[in-house]
Design a protein. Structure first.
Length: 68
């Protein structure tokens, strides 16, 4: 599973891409225009909500968590 998160302008070029592991940790593949503070905030949000996000993801994809 992966997550895209954008900068304040919601630009595609500013978008970061995070791969999500089965424990909610993330691997940042592309930071886009996100600064360290924004990346930490997004990673924290993903960690708190990854199970709910995964259940939604699983409705549309047969791929699982990153690294599995």
């Amino acid at each position: 599973m992966h997550v895209h998160a954008s900068d304040e302008q919601l630009s595609e070029g500013g978008s970061g891409k995070f791969f999500v592991k089965s424990n909610g940790d993330t691997v940042l593949q592309h930071r886009g225009k996100l600064n360290d503070r924004e990346i930490n905030k997004i990673q924290s949000f993903i960690k708190q909500n990854y199970k709910e996000m995964y259940f939604k993801w699983a409705q549309y994809s047969k791929n699982g968590f990153f690294g599995e």
